[in-house]
Design a protein around this ligand. Sequence first.
Ligand code: IMP
Length: 431
Amino acid sequence: MTTLVAVGAQWGDEGKGKLVDWLAPQAQLVVRFHGGNNAGHTLVVDGEQTILHVVPSGILQPGTVNLIGPGVVVDPEILLGELSVLQERGVLRDPSRVRVSGRAHVILPWHRALDKAREERARGRAIGTTGRGIGPAYEDKAARRGIRVADLLDAEVLGEALRRIAEQKNFELVEYYGWEAIDVESLEREAVEWGRRLEPYVEHTERTLESALRDGLNVLFEGAQGNFLDIDHGTYPYVTSSNCVAGAVCAGAGVGPTRIDRVLGITKAYTTRVGGGPFPSELEGEAGEALRRAGEEFGATTGRPRRCGWLDAVMLREAATVNGYTALAVNKLDVLSGIDELKIAIAYEIDGKRVEDFPMTLAEIERAVPVYESHPGFEENLRECRDYSHLPATARAYVDRIEALVGVPVELISIGPEREETICRVEPFRD
Ligand code: IMP
């Protein structure tokens, strides 16, 4: 039995979905433990693309059960839409392959409306959220007035709670933001219908997880977003509203820290960010554009162009410390092909002083000027390489340097979106 946590080491979009799909044949259980449909995991199988927002990326591997844990926020319409598509495509014949925690909080229409209304009002200081209602849903959870998936199954409890909460939400929407009120009666009817359709999937997922561990199954925990979007460890306030670090697995899935064997940090071979906030190694102008074109860097959830820049080892070192990575996966190495000179940020200069560690405050991060190290690039197309030794010497030197700078072994390298475009140096699920 092995438990493996796969988490993003940057600002999300590191290619976690592809790797979780690749790792899933070795796991029997795949578990999401935080975030919601702000995530967009792109999977490509035999040239066919699937973008998942809520259902764990293990679903395309027939031998897996996929859990949505209590730490996730669930938009029922999105989840039901994904389940329908998966059923139509013949991927999900047996509902027991998707299990949803009754304790997961529900994203409601006022969460989406408030998310957008606040961003509109914030203008220059907008976070650039995905507008999916994630922050407002987590706010209600922390304020102890949220509605949970299990509440959808009890029409009486649900109706009473919706009417009570609507009063406050509509007051804020109408009186403060000048938006339209949400019609609570039609919402009530809709929510009862969500409950009816979700019922076959709802479960006490902590028990499912515990029995899988007792039976010695391999469990893969699938992170969303990334270390620097974590509400505590990220570039606050330009972050999401959940904990994205490996430690969040314990609370978000309901599993003790003693049960976690390995933590895989996933990074791109360069850096991207969607939305606002500081990005020390960002490339402006044509160089950034070229990377965006080569890497097809457009958001899987919102379609927004991603900001692009050089790999930042200061960030990766920080993430390795906070998450306790046992291994790194470097994704999209193929995208760097054709660039003469590659750069890696190895330190920052802040107010003329060299700094080796990721700064504590937003103001310092905003003033950080990267100190770069240069590496010769490679011309070759890497997508045919199936073994580390097949990579050009300069590509290997680049990967070796990442390993040395972060102090964590690079065990997986992705050189294209397809499953077989993955180089595995050490089996992640070894005993
Ligand atoms: P929210 O999670 O929608 O509240 O957005 C907060 C910040 O996190 C924004 O900068 C988003 O662009 C970013 N974000 C949220 N989810 C993802 C993701 O899955 N990938 C990349 N960025 C994300």
